[in-house]
Design a protein around this ligand. Structure first.
Ligand code: PEP
Ligand code: MG
Length: 551
């Protein structure tokens, strides 16, 4: 039993903890495990943009001219190599970037600066800046490409200073990615070579952790010291316990991989709808960011995070583009709960052009964006309704970050006016949980987002690595709020699910069922372990766990 003052507990000890102990490794690092599973391989660090050193006195300008040329050639060569490996659209983009580095005007500008006595790094920096300004002045599509020049500049400057290239490594072999922190856009762009993620910063419910789980990648956050490891050091990553074994031998690494494959095979052998040992049904649904995350044998989608489709976009997605993205998901899964755009805090959507916030988690985010930009929600609801018509499906639609009954009612009316039959709201704000019974007079269902509900209940930033223990969803205060919502749902005869990360934790899932929630929605990779956990307990045992936790 835990109480509110209990000491920190590990994020989520798994039923597999203890299986296949790490052996013979040279050292260990500890962080927070945020995405289950183990992996082993050479670590590579993701470098940030290089810091430009103070200008240097130049003795031999011709050496600087040569260094400028060499750096531009090295960056172009690297991009062309990656283009050849990538193929398709990615290869065209990479080739176009290589061509910018090969542009004679850019090279002449940088070389003439170097010839006049500027050191190579500053000559490149100034030439790229000049080019960027010229592009930005042209406006339109070319102005959007100006940001690419910053990336190329960082690469060229890193090359001339002998520093690792910034951005995601691309070594052409599997590796464990280490980073200070990763943005959701970095995580979304990860290639298939990445075996696991380890970051110095980040928290258990940050969106980077969520994307790692969606990809089925073991991940550890808040791991001090990982950026001090030498590139190429072989590490073992345990995404459940948060442990990093440093300096594994080849045989030890192979044993980790083999044991992980066996674990995944055992869990994958389970199938069928979610239920407790005595047959109480609990729908096990998927949290997805696009049609690519769908699984054929799933019971449906409990959270379609539509904003993940448009991270990094500088121009608003058109009605037609949205219709086809949504239709792809609706056609792939008969039963889908779509969440309208949840922009703000760590999920900025540049195309919205929202003003900078002093306190973004408490500012204009989620449904609140509608106060500034009502067209965005209307366009999205139209696109969802059209995608539903085209696919002959009946998606349920819910809004994020709802606080008041008035907001819920207004959202429900807007959605129903567009022809959407089932409308719900997320419970992410304690004020909404406290009024769950009233919200259910306005909407058809509730979905509890425990990630934000924990953040706002405990007043602890969900991304803050030092506050992870406070954010523990086993805290009775959070469980009380979930219980209130579940009770309100039972009284109204309407479904109340959980779609925060707590739903995918095999130790917490039975407890949530015991509190009375009707569905659990999670990253696809979490489903097998949750199915196994529920199948091992009766409903009465789940209720007993919930009772004990609440006490
Ligand atoms: C949540 O807050 O629990 C949730 C599911 O939404 P997100 O993690 O996308 O903010
Ligand atoms: Mg949320």
């Amino acid at each position: 039993m835990r109480d509110d003052t209990a000491p920190p507990v590990p994020a989520s000890p798994s039923p597999d903890a203890g299986e296949g102990e790490w052996k013979g490794s040279a050292g260990r690092l500890a962080g927070l495990g945020v995405s289950q599973g183990r992996a082993a391989g050479p670590v590579l660090r993701m470098a940030g943009p290089p810091a430009l050193p103070a200008p240097r006195a130049v003795g031999d300008p011709s050496a600087e001219v040569a260094a400028v040329g060499k750096a531009l050639e090295a960056v172009a060569q690297d991009l062309n190599r990656r283009a050849a490996e990538a193929g398709g659209e990615a290869s065209e983009i990479l080739e176009a970037l290589a061509m910018i580095c090969e542009d004679p005007m850019l090279r002449e500008d940088a070389e003439s600066r170097a010839a006049s006595g500027v050191d190579a790094a500053h000559a490149l920096d100034a030439a790229f800046a000049q080019h960027r300004e010229a592009l930005a002045a042209l406006g339109g599509y070319l102005a959007e490409r100006a940001a690419d020049l910053d990336d190329l500049k960082h690469r060229a400057v890193a090359s001339v200073l002998g520093l690792p290239m910034p951005g995601l490594p691309d070594p052409g072999h599997p590796y464990v990615l280490a980073a200070d922190d990763l943005s959701p856009a970095d995580t979304a762009g990860l290639g298939d070579d990445v075996l696991a993620l380890v970051t110095e910063r980040g928290g258990p419910t940050s969106h980077t952790a969520i994307l790692a789980r969606a990809r089925g990648l073991p991940a550890v956050v808040a791991c001090k010291g990982v950026m001090d490891l030498q590139d190429g050091t072989v590490v073992g990553v345990d995404g459940t316990t948060g442990e990093i074994a440093v300096g594994l031998t080849e045989a030890e690494a192979a044993a980790v991989t083999e044991a992980e494959q066996a674990r995944r095979a055992r869990l994958a052998a389970g199938s069928g709808p979610g239920k407790t040992a005595d047959g109480h049904p609990v729908r096990l649904l998927l949290n997805i960011g696009s049609a690519a995350d769908l699984r054929p044998d799933a019971e449906g989608v409990g959270l379609f995070r539509t904003e993940f489709l448009f991270l990094d976009r500088k121009q608003a997605p058109s009605h037609e583009e949205q219709v086809s993205a949504y239709a792809e998901v609706f056609a792939g899964s008969g039963s889908v709960i779509v969440r309208t755009l949840d922009a703000g805090t760590d999920k900025p959507l540049p195309f919205l052009g929202l003003p900078r916030e002093e306190n973004p988690a408490l500012g204009v985010r989620g449904l609140r964006v509608d106060r500034l930009l009502p067209d965005v929600l209307d366009t999205q609801l139209d696109a969802i309704a059209e995608a539903a018509r085209r696919t002959g499906t009946e998606p349920w639609v819910m809004a994020p970050m709802v606080t008041t009954v008035a907001e819920a009612g207004a959202f429900a009316r807007r959605a129903r006016a567009k022809g959407i039959a089932k409308v719900g709201v997320m419970i992410e704000v304690p004020a909404a949980a406290l009024r769950a019974h009233r919200l259910l007079q306005e909407v058809d269902f509730l979905s509890i987002g425990t990630n934000d509900l924990a953040q706002y209940t405990f007043a602890a930033d969900r991304q803050h690595s030092a506050l992870a223990d406070i954010l523990d969803p086993r805290q009775p205060a959070l469980l009380e709020l979930i219980a209130m919502c579940a009770r309100a749902g039972q009284e109204a005869g309407k479904p109340v699910g959980v779609c925060g990360e707590a739903a995918g934790d095999p130790l917490l899932a039975p407890l949530l069922v015991g509190l009375g929630v009707t569905s659990l929605s999670m990253a696809p990779v979490c489903v097998p372990a949750v199915r196994e956990a529920l199948a091992g307990l009766t409903l009465a045992e789940c209720r007993e766990r919930a009772r004990a936790a609440l006490e």
